[in-house]
Design a protein around this ligand. Structure first.
Ligand code: MN
Length: 380
């Protein structure tokens, strides 16, 4: 009895506002699907943020259909909850999962009023949708109901999409101990780094599947250490953390934290970029460089990188600042992030005000009433 646990594909996300990055994210998702088809698990569970937005672009819907129809053809059902990014904001604007269900029928199972499903009369699968902090008390009630309804089953899985302590000790919405202990596998979404933690004396596993591509530069280090992709679990025998395998997909290369102080460093990076270009997609490069090499380097790497952010090293201050062609929007987003404000909300409001959008008051209202889908951290 094998299952795949996936989350946080964020289909439709356009990093750096580039077509290539939007497409990368589709490709990573479809690579996951191809690997799932090879494995042929009994079912797939998805812990939310399938889409970057509750109103995904047509290409994101097309990509999802392509992937999910392949699973349907092989009779592999998908159990899917909403994350903070794709949960519908208002009735008015329609629901992307509704479209998916119309086409996929019973091979896509969602968790609106239904708090649970049973796979093959054997595996109980509970799901709690993403909720904003002020609605967490209701989630505890749902968890109690789920726990009660699961009593007669031996194999139990629970899907959720929240930040949980101790994985996010700075700003968490729930604790690991808030979840029912006797579920075999607690399948999380929202945190983009993969994580597995044994609970219930090692008989159960608490997990975050992680994102399937690099959604922010802050994920690069973890990607290089732990990879990205999905988990494959097996409920056939005695279930524990060893029943779970990590399946990886390859993401575009990100070179970050590079410093060029002299000709030697310069040549080394050019070589590295050329090597990557020969066999892989052009990388994203973040680097610092001394003033006198800036211009020639900047020119030379234009064709070797998909996107570059080069900062001059001010040798007097031993500090660097961004001055290249990165957009004002990105600088603004980074500023908001550094101030620890809600990037989605503040940036969203900024855009609405610039466009003279009449909905902006409604938008602010929704946010403070807790109807807003964004979390405090843009990355998740
Ligand atoms: Mn999320």
């Amino acid at each position: 009895m094998q299952f795949v646990h996936m989350a946080d594909n964020h289909l439709g996300y356009r990093q750096y506002n580039l077509d290539e990055r939007e497409n990368d994210i589709y490709e990573s998702f479809l690579e996951c699907i191809d690997k799932i088809i090879e494995i042929r698990p009994d079912f797939v569970i998805h812990s939310g943020d399938l889409f970057e937005s509750p109103q995904p672009p047509v290409n994101a819907i097309r990509c999802t259909m392509e992937g999910f129809l392949k699973l349907k053809e092989k009779n592999i059902p998908i159990y899917l909850i909403h994350g903070n990014h794709d949960i519908p904001k208002s009735q008015q604007k329609g629901k992307p999962f509704g479209i998916l269900k119309k086409i996929l029928g019973n091979s896509l199972l969602t968790f609106g009023k239904n708090k649970s499903h049973v796979f093959n009369n054997e595996v109980f699968i509970g799901g709690i949708e993403y909720v904003s902090q002020n609605k967490i008390p209701k989630t505890y009630e749902d968890l109690e109901k789920i726990s009660f309804d699961s009593k007669n089953y031996k194999k139990k899985i629970l899907l959720f999409h929240q930040s949980v302590n101790p994985f996010i000790p700075q700003s968490f919405e729930m604790q690991v101990t808030d979840f029912p202990e006797d579920f075999n596998y607690i399948a999380g979404g929202h945190i983009h780094q993969r994580a597995l933690k044994p609970i219930n004396e090692g008989n159960s596993v608490f997990s975050y599947a992680g994102s399937t591509d690099i959604m922010s530069v802050s994920e690069v280090k973890d990607y290089k250490q732990n990879g990205k992709g999905f988990y494959l679990g097996d409920l056939s025998g005695d279930f524990d953390i060893n029943s779970i395998q990590k399946i990886d997909v390859e993401c575009r290369n990100f070179l970050i934290d590079k410093r060029i102080k002299n000709e030697n460093d310069y040549e080394k990076i050019i070589k590295e970029l050329q090597n990557i270009q020969n066999e892989k997609k052009k990388p994203v490069l973040y680097c610092d460089i001394v003033e006198n090499l800036f211009n020639s380097f900047n020119d030379e790497i234009t064709d070797l990188t998909l996107y570059k952010r080069i900062s001059r090293i001010d040798e007097n201050l031993e500090e660097s600042f961004n001055i290249n062609e990165s957009s004002i929007e990105e600088i603004f987003q980074e500023y908001i992030k550094n101030k620890e404000m809600d990037v989605n909300f503040v940036y969203g409001l900024y855009k609405k005000l610039l466009e003279n959008d009449e909905d902006s008051l409604l938008y602010v209202n929704d946010y403070f009433k807790g109807n807003y889908y964004g979390g405090a951290f843009d990355d998740y």
